[in-house]
Design a protein around this ligand. Structure first.
Ligand code: FAD
Length: 291
């Protein structure tokens, strides 16, 4: 079943060791090396600060109970760090409880008010998002990490999902479908619950009006631009100051960095502020209809 023409699976093979043994090795490495500083490092996509156990969980190669107890028994892990990690495992359980009780969670808005949401995204925008060509470096880096390795860092998943739903006003189900097709950890419960969480339509969801700013998110969680430079190599030469907003770089800086907006790397497909306002207006329209 391995693909040949083209073989798009090389990046996946490099990133993962499938199977039960691979899962146990990964668990041990995480407990030894990253768990003790998990709460801080888990938000930094440029480093291996999370367990990367999700594909092994998705394929049933390890159980949440195994992970829970191995972490609890790991040496020299401060209580706060352990608690944070355990909480993430509980998010997964919560997603499963939701799916069991609401089997249509993948196809229907948990909050029916969102049935009236005036989605307006175009196919061309969806394609730009899928290919990592939106012109917003942190979004594009995430979408390319997904394509190359079959996985994306959680912080960046939230950013790209928010961008698709709010900046591009595209129905969350289209993003959910793409993740389902491309993630090695694609999971019917976590994927649907997380997309609805970002959309604001889910149970206990982030409010719709919370629109992630892709520039600030990049600057805060990838301050040196290492993550962007890894997955969007055409921006590698830009100074840190502009790596999350190349359109603000002076012409001379762009030239020196071999970046030509609209040619080597796209200009932003939407303006952040305008897109944000449009999304908030649409939300008000939906609320008006639901009232
Ligand atoms: C839009 C979107 C879609 C997502 N789709 C999936 C998916 O299809 N499959 C999937 O397993 N996770 C999904 N997640 C949740 C999360 O991003 C991944 O579980 C996490 O990035 C996996 O990496 P890790 O194993 O290194 O996580 P760690 O930080 O090491 O966490 C340990 C485990 O806890 C669970 N976990 C962590 N965060 C979450 C979360 N927010 N929700 C549910 N469980 C969580 C996972 O099983 C994970 O393996 C999604 C998140 C978003 C925002």
């Amino acid at each position: 079943m391995l693909p040949t023409k083209p073989d798009w699976s090389g990046g996946l093979a490099e990133a993962w060791t499938p199977g039960e043994r691979g899962a146990q090795q990964q668990l041990k490495a995480f407990c030894d090396e990253a768990l003790a500083d998990y709460a801080r490092q888990r938000d930094l996509p440029a480093i291996d600060g999370t367990s990367r156990l999700s594909p092994h969980l998705a394929f049933g190669e390890i159980t949440p109970a195994d992970i829970w107890h191995a972490a609890a028994n790991a040496d020299s892990v401060p209580e706060k760090q352990l608690e944070k990690f355990h909480k993430e495992l509980v998010w997964r359980e919560f997603s499963y409880h939701l799916l069991v009780n609401f089997p249509n969670l993948g196809g229907e808005n948990f909050n029916g008010d969102f049935d009236a949401f005036p989605w307006a995204g175009t196919d061309a925008q969806l394609q730009a998002w899928q290919r990592g060509l939106t012109g917003y470096p942190i979004v594009d880096a995430g979408m390319r990490q997904l394509w190359q390795t079959g996985w994306m860092h959680n912080r960046v998943r939230m950013v790209v999902a928010s961008f698709l739903i709010k900046h591009l006003m595209t129905d969350w189900r289209k993003g959910e479908d793409w993740f389902w097709d491309t993630l090695v950890d694609a999971d019917p419960a976590s994927n649907t619950a997380s997309w609805q969480w970002v959309a604001g339509s889910g149970a206990d969801a982030a409010p719709y009006f919370r629109v992630f700013n892709p520039i600030l998110q990049g600057e805060k969680f990838d301050p040196d631009g290492d993550y962007v430079r890894t997955y969007v190599p055409e921006l590698a030469g830009l100074p840190n100051k502009y790596v999350h907003k190349p359109w603000e770089a002076p012409e001379k800086v762009l030239e020196k960095s071999n970046v030509s907006l609209g040619s080597t790397y796209p200009a932003p497909i939407v303006d952040h502020q305008q897109a944000r306002n449009r999304a908030l207006d649409a939300y008000q329209t939906m609320k008006g209809q639901a009232a």
